[in-house]
Design a binder for this molecule. Sequence first.
Ligand SMILES: NCc1[nH]cc(CCC(=O)O)c1CC(=O)O
Ligand SMILES: [Mg+2]
Length: 329
Amino acid sequence: MSSYPALRLRRTRSAGWSRRMHAETVLTPANLIWPLFVTEGDAVEEPIASLPGVSRWSVDGIVARARDAAAAGIPCLALFPNTPSDLRTEDGGEALNPDNLMCRAIRAIKDAVPEIGVLTDVALDPYTAHGHDGLVDGSGYVRNDETAEILVGQALNQARAGADVIAPSDMMDGRVGLIRAALEDEGFVNVQIMAYAAKYASAFYGPFRDAVGSRGLLKGDKKTYQMDPANAEEALREVALDLDEGADSVMVKPGLPYLDIVRRVKERFEVPVFAYQVSGEYAMIEAAAAAGAGDRDALVLETLMAFRRAGCSGVLSYHALHAARLMGA
Ligand SMILES: NCc1[nH]cc(CCC(=O)O)c1CC(=O)O
Ligand SMILES: [Mg+2]
């Protein structure tokens, strides 16, 4: 009885009710985090050409999107600012301004839609004139310890504005521990840290850099701080350190090409793992759909399910609202 023809794995697949009953993985709107881009002004929507279907919104529009997300069952938003160019400086000082675009968006969301979580990006690239995530020295090298100090200030600035989850995406060594200590000192004991622990120097970030306006500014590349796509053991060390320093959850980024990393992190550490299906991945799906190479909705849901199967608690995805609505339908 243990082999064909009595044994047929197609048997349990033969009807929809049975496929549902045997599904090993579930995907719900609760598994989605929706990244949103904030811009200055009132009633402003700026479409992003390299990210078709995604726009920057002024704060009022961001609040409207927060309502959409909450209604669709999405638990959390991730915010990124497009800082006006006259406020971008060598040291990214605008990141510390309590009234910067980011802080105003956080306050407006927490005021109008308090039931949704707000995750905020800690890194200086939307604020620097050179597009790097930290301070650069004369040779163009991004200085670790001096940057980490500013990132602590940026994280506190976001926490004071009401951020629920601080997400450092800068890849400086040691910053998670410094941020945790500073949050504890100021009494933000329930503000979480989701560390971009294994973030690779990837070619899939192009449309994001358009969205935050750093692409044209960026001098060189980010290979001295983001990881080499060749490395997996190093990702495990990065994760171990961030957990040791107090991260509540860890992120792997980009997403689909790095699901092997997700799986290894999940099996090794048994902690909440998230992944970022980044802008270039979104653009790839949109391009495939536009070219008639695949069905958009099916591509979206299949890829999101793949993250769950690999071990992700959740996925940051620009398709989040669309996907959540598909699931609800
Ligand atoms: N701190 C930068 C940051 N935070 C999130 C992304 C990429 C996200 C995406 O591509 O969707 C990047 C780009 C980069 O490292 O240059
Ligand atoms: Mg690290």
